[in-house]
Design a protein around this ligand. Structure first.
Ligand code: COA
Length: 260
């Protein structure tokens, strides 16, 4: 896997995917989106990856949006294709991964950057982070899921205001809105991410994947989240992790989940 704009590292169950175009504030060009697709796919298929962290390189930005220089002269058809391809390769792709993804927002998360963070399963941020969907200031709308995922996370009125004003909120406001789960200093951000990952990794990875599927189903048109929950709940009873989890509880010992 050759990566020019993305760094991929693995340590102790955690795979960290870092967008690495700091001079362009990690803006998402097509090459970077393709590389992120490859990196997320590889991590999800790796049995040893239990949690994926996604973050930006440098101290200034997580991702300052889609790369504006790439689409400035696009036609209507090209615009639609850009959004559709982005959903398939990255944003929907990440949201539906079986492995938990935490967005570690270390600075600006704007436009496509906030949309990628929102596609992750949850988000934490450093206290210098700023978030927003500034697309209407460019004459376009969020096209990588922002009009759907922002209202799901913060409520319709707040999402409408953020989108219409093209404004940015700081980390404290994002925490109050429930857009991020925790805020810490930039120095302690990765440590916090690893601490949360550590808690996740103590649990059954198979059950966590089922939980992701069930939670996602409730937000998808045409799917009944309760029905999906029942199906996924039932599936758990056929797993080695369930046998181990329940036996360990009854034997008063800590479980050693096989991840199957
Ligand atoms: N697309 C392409 N290039 C981008 C970019 C984006 N979304 N965001 C930043 N960059 C580039 C800048 O063009 C600049 O490149 P240059 O040095 O070759 O001129 C470099 O990254 C640094 O950005 P700069 O604007 O000089 O930094 P700043 O600290 O003054 O401002 C921001 C930071 C984030 C406020 C500003 O870069 C910005 O508004 N970016 C666009 C955000 C946006 O609208 N995103 C949604 C896109 S749909």
């Amino acid at each position: 896997m050759e990566l020019n704009n993305v760094r991929y590292s693995h340590d102790n169950g955690i795979t960290t995917i870092t967008i690495n175009r700091p001079k362009k504030l990690n803006a998402l060009n097509q090459e970077t989106i393709q590389e992120l697709h490859q990196a997320f796919k590889k991590a999800d298929e790796d049995f040893n990856t239990r949690v994926i962290l996604v973050t930006g390189s440098g101290e200034k930005a997580f991702i300052a949006g889609a790369d504006i220089s790439e689409f400035a002269d696009y036609s209507v058809v090209q615009g639609e294709q850009l959004a559709a391809k982005g959903h398939a390769k990255l944003f929907d792709f990440v949201a539906h991964l079986a492995t938990p993804v935490i967005a570690v927002i270390n600075g600006f998360a704007l436009g496509g950057g906030l949309e990628l963070a929102m596609a992750a399963h949850f988000r934490i941020a450093s206290d210098n982070a700023k978030m927003g969907l500034p697309e209407v200031s460019l004459g376009v709308i969020p096209g990588y899921g922002g009009t759907q995922r922002l209202p799901q996370l913060v409520g319709k009125g707040r999402a409408m205001e953020l989108i219409m004003t093209a404004g940015m909120i700081d980390a404290a406001q994002a925490l109050e809105y429930g857009l991020v789960n925790h805020v810490t200093s930039q120095e302690e951000l990765i440590e916090l991410a690893e601490k949360l990952a550590g808690k996740i990794m103590k649990n059954s990875s198979v059950a966590i994947s089922s939980a992701i599927t069930a939670v996602n189903a409730g937000f998808e048109a045409g799917e009944n989240g309760f029905e999906t929950e029942i199906t996924e709940f039932g599936k758990c009873f056929g797993t080695a992790d369930f046998k181990e989890g329940t036996s360990a509880f009854l034997d008063k010992r800590k479980p050693k989940f096989p991840g199957q």
